[in-house]
Design a protein around this ligand. Structure first.
Ligand SMILES: [Zn+2]
Length: 249
């Protein structure tokens, strides 16, 4: 039983062969793929996909780097769209803070305001939240402390001190396929408890090898985690699946 807690199957990259991509994922045992919306239009596409494929679970949000091109009116519509669909979503996401691609003070301030609104929405709807954070881990952790939400840090690239702090406040970490080439993610898996670890692909991004990423590749991540934690493949799969249930139900 495998899971991919972070993918973007709504992208054009999958428009010609999504059936095959889903089939390959199911063949290796993937039971759930959380597809995350990044923009207002994207959120609608994600919801549509979930009606077609049972394995697709929905997370709705706005990517932090999309905040600058999203108006207040858009945000009102996005928030009501999420509320209207609260029974069809498994989480709020993708949202968070990204100080790598945006640098302007005013934009960063707005990113924070929006992130806080999403946290309040997650509290209100009693849903976990999927967080993108880049060069902003300190602020993400400081803000998160003020809210009673279950949080998943996707593609966490902060240092191990910050990772431990995030773990202490109850955060989960989704480990990408790039762990097969990345010392950072190998160390992260080594340092945090297996009870806080999940698997993701960020498809179509994040393939450390040639070509497009896809959900079936979570199998490679499980293999790596199993070696690092010295737990059998089967047990690693089961524990990660239990973590998925603990976080998203
Ligand atoms: Zn993403």
């Amino acid at each position: 039983m495998l899971i991919d807690v972070h993918a973007h199957l709504q992208y054009k990259d999958f428009e010609n062969d999504l059936d095959d991509v889903i089939k390959r994922a199911e063949e290796v045992g993937v039971k759930a793929i959380i597809v995350n919306g990044l923009t207002k239009e994207d959120n609608k596409k994600v919801l549509e996909l979930s009606k077609k494929y049972d394995v697709i679970k929905v997370a709705l949000g706005i990517h932090p780097n999309e905040v600058k091109s999203t108006s207040d009116k858009d945000f009102e519509e996005i928030f009501s769209f999420i509320r209207e669909n609260k029974d069809n979503i498994i989480a709020i996401g993708e949202c968070g803070l990204d100080y790598y691609h945006d640098k302007d003070e005013g934009i960063l301030k707005r990113q924070k305001e929006v992130f806080i609104k999403f946290l309040k929405l997650a509290e209100e709807l009693n849903k976990p939240i999927i967080i993108h954070n880049r060069k902003a881990e300190r602020d993400v952790i400081d803000i998160l402390k003020n809210y009673k939400v279950k949080a998943l840090l996707h593609f966490f690239s902060g240092n191990m001190k910050l990772a431990k702090q995030a773990e202490e406040i109850g955060c989960y970490f989704s480990i990408p396929v790039s762990i097969i080439r990345s010392e950072h993610f190998k160390t992260l898996v080594n340092k945090v408890s297996i009870s806080k670890i999940l698997t993701e692909t960020d498809s179509p991004y994040g393939n450390p090898e040639v070509g497009r990423n896809e959900p079936s590749y979570v199998k490679k991540t499980i293999k790596e985690i199993s070696v690092i934690k010295d737990i059998s493949l089967k047990d690693t799969e089961n524990i990660v699946y239990q973590n998925f249930q603990a976080l998203f139900s």
